[in-house]
Design a protein around this ligand. Structure first.
Ligand SMILES: NC(=O)c1ccc[n+]([C@@H]2O[C@H](COP(=O)([O-])OP(=O)(O)OC[C@H]3O[C@@H](n4cnc5c(N)ncnc54)[C@H](OP(=O)(O)O)[C@@H]3O)[C@@H](O)[C@H]2O)c1
Length: 343
């Protein structure tokens, strides 16, 4: 990834930084197809996407302060100035319970904004990668959800994210990927794994729900998958299909599910985190993790009981394998705490 020669570029390490506009000379100097604008670049996934961008790309990291996607004209102005060939939208309101209290904000950011971004990309001839969620499903299935399964969100957050998907699809854009993912964790954000780490080191007894099953997903793996899809778009275009067909003529764009492989309950995830922390030699205080039911821990928003995503389509179309969730979790905790408890 290069961030030089472009005043809007930001440092890879910090994921935020100097922001400005490109001069006409700079615009000509950088192949716009290789210029990627990451929206919501201050968030957990956004920072990882910026960090993981392959060197061939010129990445423009735009935080909410630099591009508030709920303001369509300002966002369009920023994108017009930067002229990216790829827009990756990691911006969202992700406080699932908070969305129950302020559904209008969720609708504006998660629902309306993706449609406006799609309209900008369509007009500019750019690729849009938009990140969505397993919470568009109701969780009544017993086998992994495939892309064509009918959504039926249970929460204001899920409904707002589904609206975002629908607005992208209705915009008329062909070159888009909607990437649904689940149970994200990684550095730079509030997430279940980090919360469990803190509690396991602090408390003797923990209660964790055992009747919600999903696939924990490391942001590092999702960021890699997003760039696999960006490359897929590039390959399809090189093959000369304006609609973005792959080698066999099938359309490559549309909805994809990506999550680390396998599934567990939140209780099983907590147990696995404890196992890894002990392996890393951390002073785990918890002596017992108690499985409880969702109804024993009431929250404002309803969650799907089962939201495992099938990655068959992603693996078939990209030819890539998907890391096992246990291996990904070990890799994350090793990177955080491999040097000891101070990580
Ligand atoms: N976390 C999960 O478990 C999970 C699971 C499935 C799908 N997803 C999806 O994954 C994507 C990334 O989520 P994440 O976990 O990285 O969440 P995150 O850490 O909360 O990041 C979201 C980012 O979007 C920013 N944002 C909020 N409103 C914005 C606006 N109006 N304009 C521009 N940016 C705005 C936030 O800024 P502020 O913090 O300053 O408001 C934050 O930096 C989202 O689409 C989310 O729906 C997440």
């Amino acid at each position: 990834m290069t961030t030089t020669g472009c005043t809007a570029g930001v440092s890879k390490a910090e994921g935020s930084g100097r922001f400005g506009t490109l001069s006409e000379a700079e615009k000509r100097g950088v192949d716009s197809r290789r210029r990627i604008a990451v929206l919501g670049a201050g968030g957990m996934l956004g920072k990882m996407v910026v960090q993981k961008a392959p060197p061939a790309f010129d990445v423009l990291a735009l935080t909410k302060a630099q591009a508030d996607i709920s303001d369509p004209s300002k966002t369009a102005e920023v994108l017009d100035q930067l002229s990216p060939g790829v827009v990756i939208n990691c911006g969202a309101v992700t406080d699932v319970d908070g969305c129950e209290r302020t559904p209008q904000t969720a609708e504006s950011v998660n629902g309306m904004a993706p449609g406006n971004l799609a309209a900008w990309c369509l007009a500019a001839g750019a690729l849009l990668v938009h990140v969505s969620t397993d919470f568009v499903f109701d969780g009544n299935k017993k086998t992994p959800y495939v892309e064509s399964d009918p959504p039926n969100p249970l929460s204001a957050y899920g409904r707002s994210k589904l609206l975002g998907e629908e607005r992208v699809a209705a915009s008329g854009i062909k070159r888009y990927f909607i990437v649904r993912t689940s149970w994200l964790y990684g550095p730079w954000g509030r997430n279940f794994v980090d919360t469990m780490v803190r509690l396991l080191l602090d408390r003797e007894v923990l209660s964790v729900v055992s009747d919600q099953v999903g696939s924990p997903t490391y942001t590092e793996d999702l960021a890699e998958a997003i760039f696999d899809l960006v490359r897929l778009d590039g390959d399809a275009r090189r093959l000369g299909s304006r609609g973005g067909e792959g080698k066999d003529g099938a359309a490559v764009h549309g909805i994809y599910h990506f999550a680390d492989r396998g599934a567990c309950s939140r209780y099983e995830l907590a147990e696995r985190i404890a196992h890894e922390l002990v392996r890393l030699g951390l002073p785990v205080k918890a002596r017992k993790i108690r499985p409880i039911r969702t109804e024993d821990y009431p929250l404002p928003a309803r969650r799907p009981a089962y939201s495992v995503l099938s990655t068959d389509k992603f693996r078939t179309v990209t030819g890539k394998s998907v890391p096992d969730w246990r291996e990904a979790l070990a890799r994350y905790l090793e990177s955080r705490f491999g040097g000891g408890a101070s990580g």
